[in-house]
Design a protein around this ligand. Sequence first.
Ligand SMILES: Cc1ncc(COP(=O)(O)O)c(C=O)c1O
Length: 341
Amino acid sequence: MNQGSVAGLADRLARFERVGLAHLPTPLEPLGRLTAQLGGPRLWVKREDCTGVGFGGNKLRKLDYVLPEAIEAEADTLVSGGVAQSNSQRQVAAAAAKLGLACHLVVYHGRLAAPPPDYETSGNALLNRLFGATLHAVDWSGDRNGPIEALAESLRSEGRRPYLVPYGVSSGLGAVGYASALLEIAQQSAALGFAPRAVVHCSGSGGTQAGLVVGAALALPETEIVGIDIDAEPERVEADVRRYGAEAAELLGVPFPEERVEVVAGHAGPAYGLPHAATLEAIGLAGRLEALVLDPVYSAKGLAGLIALVRAGRWSAADDIVFLHSGGTPTLFAYQKALAI
Ligand SMILES: Cc1ncc(COP(=O)(O)O)c(C=O)c1O
């Protein structure tokens, strides 16, 4: 099914260099017990939490396509940023360690009104230090990339050769990387004998969804890509998906499929980074039924959105739905007390 377009996407992606850090392809596995519990469509999981290096996650796939630019530019330092529990930052720090580059990270403070007790020290914050990154505290202003650019500039003035990795590793090239996840889903689902009716995942800085949307237009044209807003900013998320998607489509030499962008609001809980009852239910169901580890900021809110759509009857029992687990596992430890697990 659609083999021509699958090959077309594969050919287009093969023109891009990769650093080869991420462990790919990631598995596509059935979620039999969760399917039985919910009594709805057949559920599958694409294990983007299993990309390997430094606890894995979705940013490593983007970095695989983005970092050849850093190597080409003979950069000696990766510069990026995020909140203390940013998975993106932690994967940049891990990639820098593997590649033998220095890593400087802007750590935004104050985005969460009341962070849990271990927020600044455990989980990703611990791993950033373990991977040898230098951390620079900055107050959160809502400007995601400005302080990262300022840090890169100041390192440049000290004679370093910094390469700037944008917030969330979201850019046109990062989104191209995510089209490769869609290609794997197309190939793996065909081998397993099904065509996904939908791929559902959480969406934040937009690059993951942008790549999935562009890839699906080529290789899985009947498949819905459903992004669950976890930032409580659905309009901003949708605008960013469109921006990075259009850039990725241009890089891949295909039209951008505007009509395929769907960002679902209403599952972010009270605010970014604050788990709510549906988040806790998703973490519990995934753990008890499937031994899947979800995090309270991203992947659990994504699964909570999927569960809500299943319960609302969006799909039938004959449909196959892929949940893309985008990672975030270390954050669970920073939220241990808040989750009372
Ligand atoms: C675990 C996890 N899932 C999903 C996302 C969202 O991906 P994107 O920023 O590409 O929308 C992030 C981003 O930070 C993340 O850390």
